[in-house]
Design a protein around this ligand. Structure first.
Ligand code: SF4
Length: 101
């Protein structure tokens, strides 16, 4: 663990870099449900997710790579009415570890 002086100003990206993730390989805790064209809510997640987990693929569909997810719940709230995703917390012991940031 690196030492960070309390008076040093840090950018958000630098703070996010302090987090650690334990990836549950093959068992993503968030899934995008199959779709032809994404809803506005789902499409907005390509801009709203603070961890950049959502991307638009070459077929115009939204995909997620949940490995760096911070479990903020934004996508869960934004897509609550459209039902575009399945959202669960990672299994115990997996996911983000905030004790470094
Ligand atoms: Fe991104 Fe937050 Fe959704 Fe995780 S919970 S995928 S960080 S918006």
């Amino acid at each position: 663990m690196s030492y960070v002086p309390q008076d040093k100003e840090m950018r958000v990206e630098e703070k996010l870099y302090q987090n650690r993730y334990l990836v549950d390989a093959g068992r993503p805790h968030i899934k995008v449900l199959p779709h032809e064209t994404p809803s506005k809510a789902l499409l907005s997640m390509t801009h709203l997710c603070p961890a950049g987990c959502y991307e638009l693929n070459e077929r115009g569909q939204v995909e997620i790579t949940a490995d760096g997810c911070m479990e903020c719940g934004t996508c869960r709230i934004v897509t609550a009415k459209t039902g575009d995703i399945e959202w669960n917390y990672p299994r115990g012991g997996f996911g983000v570890l905030y004790k470094f940031g």
